[in-house]
Design a protein around this ligand. Structure first.
Ligand SMILES: O=C(O)C1=C[C@@H](OP(=O)(O)O)[C@@H](O)[C@H](O)C1
Ligand SMILES: C=C(OP(=O)(O)O)C(=O)O
Length: 425
């Protein structure tokens, strides 16, 4: 039986809360994979514990890596990672995790036998063609163009051209393992712009921190030299994309939300929230070196923004736009149709179901002010749709979010954290 819908709480007063966020999904899953490929045992501290992170842990174990947890708290876990020879014969469940379905196959192509990948029903629809073709060009055998597929080596590496306009993860996935390819890799992107550039910078920075030589001087070309990936002891930053709904709550209710340990410098796209939410009417300050404090007035301005680089912030920005007093236009995010669901269709449908005025464009959304009413907000197994429903529910009585449990993809404690935020004074 499906779980009952979650009655999204309506805020009865401005929120005043400090919200500590667990580790970044993107940093956690890169760090775990790099630790599994490293030249000795390493530690990933304050790693996220969530469905996507657990799927990465299981995938790496299936390929022969030893991962032992310690210090588990609400804010994360320390993983002690001991690499092993990469073992074939495994079956890997990617769930709905882009970071598992795009980052693990290049490592699997180095295994001593074939590796089978599958995932959730919708995962079979997420774009995989460009990275699987690239792996074929580099020497691997792959028997399908999407999940499910079996991949086997040997994979020597070399030069490859691909169209990564559908997902930056095609580039990141190849880059993360490339130092272990005999010839390294040169990747050349040809096509419309690659989205989510900060996520590629995150990959490059983390590789360099592990001693890998990466040349990214030429636009849309990346070269990774073959060589060891150094074992490290590193700490994962808080997930700034998951800060989005909580910061949005300050804007919607005219309250103040503080996020501790906001990095002073970061490649996480969530850092763009500072500018985006300021445009929508917030005041953002840093109280100490690390605390980010966002205050709203309760009145939200519409926004005209190209979110290509920070696409995963779109559901929160769209939810705010649906509550704004002036129209919004979100551009540059056609690739969101290949995310956990077609996010442009899902956002337009769900905002309109509550009486709103949202229109899909080729590469984004137009959202005009119109009073909303209660109703069901469907999540389409998409964690960020579910939290977008929660944001709208703060201002609109009677919003019920279907499958709030899907927030476990990156933030299993979402409901408790949301409730605590609303109860804090
Ligand atoms: O590399 C990563 O960790 C991610 C890259 C982005 O993917 P796309 O480039 O497919 O949008 C982002 O949306 C996703 O949530 C995480
Ligand atoms: C697009 C997202 O996830 P994934 O890593 O599965 O692509 C997301 O978290 O917004």
């Amino acid at each position: 039986m499906p779980a009952p819908h979650w009655p999204a709480p309506t805020a009865t007063a401005p929120v005043t809360a400090t919200v500590s966020l667990p580790g970044s999904k993107s940093v956690t899953n890169r760090a775990l994979l790099l630790a599994a490929l490293a030249d000795g045992p390493g530690t990933v501290r304050r790693a996220l514990r969530s469905r996507d992170a657990d799927l990465m842990v299981s995938a790496l174990r299936a390929l022969g890596t030893t991962l032992v947890a310690s210090n588990e708290t609400a804010e994360g876990v320390d993983w002690h990672v001991t690499p092993g020879p990469i073992r074939g014969g495994a079956g890997i469940d990617a769930g709905l995790a882009g970071t598992v379905m795009r980052f693990v196959p290049p490592m699997a192509a180095l295994a001593d036998g074939p590796v089978y990948f599958d995932g959730d029903p919708h995962a079979r629809k997420r774009p995989m063609g460009p990275i699987l073709d690239a792996l074929r060009m580099l020497g691997a055998r792959v028997d399908n163009d999407a999940l499910p597929f079996t991949i086997s080596g040997p994979l020597a590496g070399g030069e490859v051209t691909l169209d990564a306009s559908g997902s930056s993860q095609f580039v990141s996935g190849l880059l993360l393992t490339a130092a272990r390819f005999e010839k390294g890799v040169t990747i050349r992107h040809v096509g419309p712009p690659v989205p989510s550039q900060p996520h590629i910078e995150m990959t490059v920075q983390m590789l360099r921190a592990a001693g890998v030589t990466v040349d990214d001087r030429e636009r849309d070309v990346w070269r990774v030299e073959p060589g060891p990936i150094a074992a490290r002891d590193m700490t994962v930053e808080p997930d700034l994309s998951n800060a989005a709904p909580f910061l949005a709550a300050a804007l919607v209710t005219g309250g103040t939300v503080t996020i501790p340990a906001w990095p002073v410098s970061t490649t996480q796209p969530g850092d763009a929230l500072r500018g985006l939410l300021t445009t929508m009417g917030a005041t953002v300050t840093r109280q100490t070196d690390t605390d980010l404090v966002l205050t709203g007035t309760g009145e939200i301005s519409g926004i005209d923004a190209d979110l290509r680089d920070v696409g995963e912030l779109t559901p929160t920005i769209a939810a705010l736009a649906a509550l704004a007093t002036t129209p919004s236009r979100i551009r540059g995010v056609g690739h969101l149709r290949g995310h956990e669901t077609d996010r442009l269709a899902a956002l337009a449908t769900e905002i309109n179901r509550l009486g709103g005025d949202a229109e899909e464009t080729d590469d984004g959304l137009i959202i005009r002010p119109r009073p909303l009413h209660g109703g069901t907000f469907h999540s389409y197994d998409d964690h960020r749709m579910a939290t977008a429903g929660a944001v709208i529910g703060l201002a609109v009585p009677g919003v019920e979010v279907e499958n709030i449990a899907t927030t476990a993809k990156t933030l299993p404690e979402f409901v408790q954290m949301w409730t605590a935020m609303l109860e804090a004074r």
